[in-house]
Design a binder for this molecule. Structure first.
Ligand SMILES: [Zn+2]
Length: 325
């Protein structure tokens, strides 16, 4: 009697986090929070030192609008005695504070890069494990060290180093523009320094939440890219019939068209195209893992496909319209 060994990919047990990135993402989030905390401290000191003038007795309730948020302020209660040059100098320092924290390490060694590289490694490791389980040929002919040192992999990291720097550069500039508006507006309308500092702090929270979204997109994006690279390479190098199986996060907040792909098979090229469309790559917790198909182009283990189809059918969207995951 012979037992037929069915080699199937390892499906992560946590259905809500198929990329298993909750921990690395929150580690980077803590770093980002700390950076914005440092920015706020420095901004506080800067504003205390540079916003000079005198209070005026009156109480005009007024409103300042920044972004889509309306701030209630006591306008006209403060008279600033600042020259245009002093204001320009202050705004220049704002930029320095933001750049020092958000562009720490510079274009060659940006602080965020270690998190992204870690995800490339993790994605490569996951793909390696999955392909080793499914193919004895792959297992015999591949080492993780070999994967992590090949040129395509290193080029990918170099390219990411450029794009992540440009993402953070953009956010730093955006925050600077926003704070410049807030501060100039406050000085122009006589909003007192402590209220101004308050608005600045809130605007930094808005920037931080954008930064976190960006970080999650970059991290999980790197993990998925590594999975695709390895899928493609196993095809080219060993002639394996490798494709990818989509595992959606299946959260109530998941986008229906992300869930609709759960358990379906795609080529890495198609996955890449899909992530280039619209906002698919933002806020996405889906995973795609390599799966080796049989000679007919089918998944070797039909039971797994059925199980995933059931999970797809059982998914219930959140009742109210809410932010997608
Ligand atoms: Zn998704």
């Amino acid at each position: 009697m012979t037992t037929k060994l069915i080699r199937t990919p390892v499906i992560p047990r946590n259905k809500a986090d198929p990329t298993q990135s909750a921990r690395p993402v929150s580690r980077m989030f803590r770093d980002i929070e700390n950076r914005y905390y440092q920015i706020k401290l420095a901004m506080r000191r800067l504003l205390d030192e540079k916003l000079t003038g005198r209070a005026q007795a009156s109480n005009n309730q007024s409103y300042a609008v920044h972004g889509n948020v309306i701030y209630q302020v006591n306008a006209g209660t403060y008279i600033y005695d600042m020259t245009a040059a002093q204001l320009a100098d202050l705004l220049q320092r704002v930029q320095m504070i933001l750049d020092n924290n958000l562009l720490d390490g510079g274009s060659n060694n940006l602080w965020s890069l270690e998190y992204i590289i870690a995800e490339y490694e993790r994605g490569t490791h996951q793909a390696f494990t999955n392909l080793s389980v499914q193919s004895p040929i792959y297992e015999q002919q591949t080492t993780l060290t070999q994967l992590l040192s090949r040129p395509a992999y290193l080029n990918q990291i170099a390219a990411t180093s450029v794009s992540t720097y440009s993402d953070w550069r953009l956010e730093s500039d955006k925050a600077r523009g926003d704070l410049a508006n807030v501060i100039s507006d406050a000085v122009g309308r006589g909003i007192n320094p402590s209220e101004t500092a308050e608005i600045v702090s809130k605007r930094l929270d808005v920037s931080m939440s954008r930064a976190k979204n960006m970080a999650q997109t970059e991290q999980v994006g790197a993990l998925r890219k590594a999975q695709r690279l390895e899928t493609e390479w196993s095809r080219e190098r060993l002639g394996l019939n490798t494709a990818m199986i989509h595992l959606s996060a299946l959260k109530p907040t998941s986008r229906s068209w992300h869930v609709a792909r759960h358990g379906h098979i795609y080529t890495p090229e198609k996955v890449e195209e899909w992530y280039a469309e619209g906002g698919n790559r933002y806020n996405c917790y889906c995973s795609q893992i390599p799966v080796i198909l049989d000679d007919d182009g089918k998944v070797v283990n039909p039971g797994m496909v059925e199980r995933l189809a059931k999970e797809r059918a059982a998914w219930q969207p959140a009742p109210k319209k809410s932010k997608s995951k």
